[in-house]
Every structure is written in C-alpha cells, then in structure tokens.
Design a protein around this ligand. Structure first.
Ligand code: 13P
Ligand code: SF4
Length: 322
C-alpha cells in the first residue's frame, strides 16, 4: 500500500492524547462519525460522537449525514449500519470483532432449522449475520424484544434466534411460547453465581441489575433486567445507591460518569477470571480507530441481494419501535 503525505505524517509513535488528536483531525478530514457501543474501552467511548446500545446505534446509523461511519463495536453492529447505508463507507476498527451469538448461528444451519417451522414468524435478535437477518421477518434488540413480540398477533407461532437466554426472558415477559434457536453469549454465561451470591451478602442494599443474555439462574437473582441502555437508565432513576452489574463491564464507565454519587460493582467470571469482558469488543483499540480512518479500512461489504433482504426486517423493527 502506498501512503499519501497526510498518511505518512501520522506514523510517529503516539501517546493516548496524540492519538486522540490524530483521530479528531482525521474524522473532520474524512467527514466521519464515530459510533461506539457501551462495551468499548473507556477511551473509545470518550471520543465517540455517540455512545449507545444496539438499538440507539442502529437509529443513529440510519439518521447520520456523515459520509463515513466508523463503527466501534462488533461486526454485526457495523454490518447493520451498512445495510441501512449502502452508499456510505462503513468502517470497523478490527474486522475480527465478531460475536459468539452471531458466529454460532451460521446461515445454512439456520435455514435448515427454519425449514422445520415454515409456518412460524421469524424474529431474530440483532446479534446475527446479515445472511440470518435476510431469512428473518423481524429484527429486535434486547431493548425492544418484549414490546415487539407483544405487538405480534397472539395466534402467530414465533421462531426466535439466536439467543436462547434472551428468548426465555421474552417468553416470561410476554407470556407466550417461542421456538428457540439454542445459541448463547459466552461472555454473559461466564458470570459466577457463587461470586454473585457473595457480593449480594456483602452488599445487602445493592440492587442487582442484569442483561437478559445472562443465564436463568443469574436472572432469578436480579432485581431489574434490561438492555445496556435500560441498565444505565435504571442506575439513574432507582433510589438505590449501590448496584451489582451483571453485564460486560464496559458499561460501568458510563454509569460511573453519569451517576458519580452511586457505587457500581462488577461481577467476576467463574474462578475469578475476567472473561466477563467481551474479547471481541475489546479487539478495538484507539490505535485501530486511528488507523481505520487513516487507511479507510477495514470496510464492511455485503452482497447486495442479502443486504436488500436483510433491510426489510430491520426497517420493520425501526418502524415498529418508534
Ligand atoms: P445491547 O443491545 O443491550 O447494547 O446489547 C448488545 C450486546 O451485544 C449485549 O451483549
Ligand atoms: Fe456478542 Fe456476547 Fe460480545 Fe455481546 S457480549 S457482542 S453478545 S459475544
């Protein structure tokens, strides 16, 4: 690759402040918007134009007039932005930033599974590939899953993929039976029940707030369950002063910033491991954000036939959740 004069001038080693300066210069030069999920490292959240959950981010991706979207999140999130913006350049800092939920639901296997339930309405969690979205009737996020399912006719049979934990929680909230694809997020399944019980005993006044991707035994111990943005909102409006947070610890950065007078406690993984941090989200770094803007890569590309099919259930979600 031949670098231009502007590009080579950024090759010197840089401190965090210098890299942020470089990113600020490049985002103006390229007319780029930087969108970041709550699970990104703090430095990335701090420089993003917008930080949010999957639903907020897809709305932002749809409404932006920037020419370039640099999506600091995982692949399915950037892919959703590209599905909504075929004429924009959509970049992701690291193309390897995948997601276990999405990876464990390959499109060909999903097609076979779906064919057994051909009379079912297919609702897919946004954490899936464009090729799975293209086989779906409706997309949902953890923010709107219950509301959307409640809007579907009661006599309609529903196939829900790919997260069985979210699916079971939606079943309980909506009081209806769903046919579930057996996927899960290994980050949310890594939380230790034993460690949680110890934290509850040690902090008896703390409210336990959990993401619905957690397993049932942990959700049973939660006082409040919701998407990342709903957990953040809950931490603001609840009268509790302490929270035990059962989701990826990246969200604690926003909680501590936005609600500085309250205490936020993270739950470790089994055997005290830090496997509660999403390894895919954490592949993105400030350096890779800078390099993505510098080289305008890696770019998200999608087959146009798949994109058009995947667009319909996403549009339906955005219309139904307005
Ligand atoms: P949210 O939509 O709640 O931000 O969740 C996305 C996600 O990947 C959770 O693991
Ligand atoms: Fe996927 Fe889990 Fe990471 Fe969310 S936390 S992006 S569901 S692997």
């Amino acid at each position: 690759m031949t670098l231009t004069a502007t590009e080579t001038s950024f090759k010197a080693p840089s401190s965090t402040a210098l890299i942020v300066e470089e990113i600020n210069f490049l985002r103006r030069e390229k007319n780029a918007v930087i969108l970041a999920h709550y699970y990104q490292e703090s430095d990335i959240q701090d420089l993003a134009d917008f930080v949010g959950d999957s639903l907020d981010l897809s709305r932002k991706a749809k409404s932006t007039d920037a020419e370039v979207i640099l999506f600091c999140g995982v692949h399915f999130m950037a892919e959703t932005a590209k599905i909504l913006n075929p004429n924009k350049t959509v970049l992701i800092p690291d193309l390897e930033a995948g997601c276990t939920l999405s990876d464990d639901c390959p499109a060909d296997e999903f097609e076979q599974f779906r064919s057994k339930y051909s009379d079912h309405f297919v609702v897919s969690y946004i954490n899936c590939s464009a090729a799975v979205k293209a086989q779906s009737d409706l997309i949902c996020t953890s923010s709107n899953a219950v509301d959307l399912i409640n809007k579907l006719p009661k006599d309609r049979q529903i196939l829900f993929a790919p997260d069985k934990n979210l699916g079971r929680w939606v079943e309980k909230q909506s009081n209806r039976k769903l046919t579930l694809w057996p996927g899960s997020c290994y980050v949310h399944e890594a939380f230790s029940e034993e460690a949680l019980l110890k934290l509850i005993t040690k902090n008896p006044d703390a409210e336990v707030i959990a993401h619905p991707e957690c397993e049932q035994n942990l959700l049973d111990l939660a006082n409040f369950i919701g998407s990342t943005s709903k957990l953040l909102e809950r931490s603001k409006i609840s009268s509790s002063k302490e929270f035990i947070v059962l989701t990826e610890p990246g969200i604690l950065h926003q909680m501590r910033n936005q609600v500085p007078d309250k205490l936020f406690i993270e739950v470790p993984g089994m055997d005290g491991c830090s496997c509660n941090a999403c390894p895919y989200m954490r592949l993105n770094t400030l350096e890779k954000v800078r390099d993505a803007l510098l080289t305008m890569s890696p770019k998200i590309e999608i087959d146009e036939g798949i994109r058009l099919k995947a667009l319909e259930p996403i549009k339906r979600m955005l219309e139904m959740s307005n």
